[in-house]
Design a protein. Structure first.
Length: 178
């Protein structure tokens, strides 16, 4: 390169640098401050379209229909003694559309997990306000029998007759999460 071509390039560079004597500014976007949980209010998805609202409505309608077909005993139940100690967990199913019969499974809540601590319910009968549930722990020939009656408040109260013939006052309530 000759000095005649280098000199104009240097002058041009010096002129450009002189025009911007201020320090370069940060061009990166600034980070937003974190938002606290207390700042959240309302629904963040925005209003639903008509199509979304119809879809949600059909889902809730199907759920309600299934719930009504299952009957009041459908679901998870806990049997406790008079002091509130958990004795047995029950999972009951009632498909009124197919057989109309109650069926289910049981699990002992007294002695932990293991063999002979759970199984299928042998028989469930509901007559009016009286409910009887029979289940046999392990290879026992005689079942444990839960004899329950629905009281005015809707609670199921009664006795558990175990394989030794001992009667224990019990209450059966819907199981709650947690």
């Amino acid at each position: 390169m000759s000095t005649t071509t280098v000199l104009p390039a240097l002058i041009l560079s010096a002129a450009l640098l002189a025009q911007d004597a201020s320090p370069p500014q940060n061009t990166a976007p600034s980070q937003p401050a974190p938002v606290g949980v207390d700042a959240y209010r309302g629904n963040y998805e925005g209003p639903k379209s008509d199509q979304e609202a119809r879809y949600d409505s059909s889902i809730w309608s199907a759920y309600a229909n299934k719930e009504s077909a299952m009957g009041g005993l459908e679901g998870s139940w806990v049997v406790t003694d008079a002091e509130g100690h958990k004795l047995v967990g029950l999972e009951l199913r009632n498909d009124q559309k197919l057989s109309g019969q109650l069926e289910g499974a049981w699990r002992s809540l007294q002695l932990g997990f293991g063999l002979n601590r759970s199984g299928f319910i042998a028989n469930v009968s509901l007559t009016g306000h009286d409910l009887e549930i029979n289940y046999a722990p392990g290879r026992q020939r005689s079942p444990n029998i839960l004899q329950l009656r629905r009281d005015a408040s809707g609670a199921w109260r009664g006795n558990m007759l175990d394989i030794k013939g001992q009667k224990t006052p019990i209450v059966m309530t819907k199981a709650t999460a947690g």
